[in-house]
Write a protein of this length. Structure first.
Ligand code: SF4
Length: 416
């Protein structure tokens, strides 16, 4: 490791996230000040127009926890609707060694499975790794209905088995109680899934990881992990515990997307990577993470992401610092999903983190349809904030988010 190149894990030990309660104007001002005092950039700005050389080879593979399986370090997110005749993107990804597709019952308004089903028939089931997930929003899942939903997933995917079945978006540690772990074992014994795990992106990710490391029976976890969490000691300890216990760790939400115009407050500069690639590289630089999922909706994104995965070049110290600065300056626009912090300080059942996540689908993913559907699925009590006192929640939000303004924005955009 040279003085300028470092693994993210080492960097994380020294980095501290500032709780930024600033407006974007403040942020821009601070960014300008920082730019003045920052060392000169290593090369002209790459931005998102970095030239990607023709790709040769395939995406490297890493071991998934203690399963003994090797999976591509970059895998395909399935929240999009795939072409049910011939999906060019899936085929192109497959040629690049990305043979792992992560789908879910609810993705693409229930239509993701259909495209994956056709694709697996075209390339051969045994040549793919397919994981799927089940959850019911607003309804408590029991072991029995997880099993029923797995059957439905397999039917839709037109396959006898999933390589892994996840309990999707779990929030409660109850999901790691013996009856659920027994269900996981039964599913594996039945051959309907080779492995069993869960996904989570709410505020108690660290607790869930810690519990998973203790109880056993969880083969892998898909969880929110990105450059904004450099200084999260609790999460780092939980990741260490999982690694020690042989639990596979799959990163999602690696881009930590915020609106484009806000992200431009820091002009990421690198001679090697654009910002999107750098965010992925920062996750892969942590050798505790086995792979990262990405929702790759066009050839350019797929090619850029695969190129980043294949590149032996690591992020420089300067690039890590730029990401850290970006995290600080744009914090008020990046909800981390720690809903236990804000929602416990608001009377009633307001779902702040969910509403802000749906806002992100609209503002950043360009998927207003899904955003509106999910927002509409919230009950009026979970959605309406008029008359509620949000001041304590705003004051304690670690990201300094003006929850009132962002919820208003969500309402304007999503209740149209
Ligand atoms: S609004 Fe703040 S406290 Fe609430 S979930 Fe988002 S980051 Fe956490």
């Amino acid at each position: 490791m040279t003085s300028d190149k470092m693994h993210r894990r080492d960097f994380m030990k020294n980095a501290t996230l500032l709780g930024a309660g600033m407006t974007i104007v403040d942020a821009a001002r601070l960014a300008a000040q920082e730019e003045e005092s920052a060392p000169p950039p290593p090369a002209p700005a790459a931005g998102s127009t970095t030239e990607i050389p023709p790709l040769a080879g395939t995406v490297p593979r890493r071991k998934l926890g203690s399963t003994g399986e090797e999976i591509p370090m970059l895998y395909m997110g399935g929240s999009q609707k795939f072409d049910t005749k011939y999906d060019k993107l899936l085929h192109r990804a497959f040629k690049l060694g990305i043979n792992y597709i992560d789908t879910a019952e609810m993705y693409a308004q229930g239509q993701s499975h259909a495209g994956v089903a056709v694709f697996q028939q075209q390339v051969g089931r045994k040549n793919l790794w397919i994981t799927t997930k089940a959850a019911l929003t607003g309804t408590k899942m029991t072991p029995e209905n997880y099993k029923t939903h797995l059957d439905k997933c397999l039917e839709e995917l037109q396959t006898d088995y999933a390589d892994m079945f996840f309990m999707h978006m779990i929030q409660s540690e109850d999901n790691l109680e013996p009856d659920f772990l027994k269900m996981g074992e039964e599913i594996k014994k039945s051959g309907k899934a080779k492995y069993f795990g869960f996904s989570c992106h709410h505020g108690n990710v660290a607790q869930l990881l810690q519990k998973a490391a203790k109880v056993g029976g969880i083969d892998a976890i898909q969880f929110r992990f990105n450059f904004r969490q450099y200084g999260d000691t609790e999460l780092n300890n939980a990741i260490d515990a999982c690694k020690k216990a042989g639990v596979g760790l799959l990163a999602m939400k690696t881009q930590s997307s915020i609106p484009n115009d806000i992200e431009k407050v820091v002009e990421f500069q690198s001679k090697n990577f654009n910002l999107f690639q750098a965010k992925l590289k920062s996750v892969w630089a942590d050798d505790r993470i086995d792979a990262a999922v990405s929702g790759m909706t066009n050839v350019q994104v797929l090619t850029e992401n695969a190129a980043a995965a294949m590149s032996p070049v690591q992020l420089t110290m300067n690039e890590f610092h730029q990401l850290n600065r970006l995290a600080r300056l744009t914090a008020p626009y990046a909800c981390l999903g720690c809903n236990h912090i804000c929602e416990s300080r608001i009377a009633g059942k307001l779902k702040v983190a969910d509403a802000l996540r749906y806002l992100m689908y609209h503002e950043c993913y360009g998927d207003p349809e899904t955003a509106r559907l999910l927002y509409a699925a919230l009950t009026p009590e979970e959605r309406d904030f008029d008359g509620l006192d949000l001041s304590e929640a705003i004051n304690t939000c670690p990201q300094g988010i003006r929850i009132d303004k962002r919820l208003r924005r969500a309402k304007e955009l999503l209740l149209a």
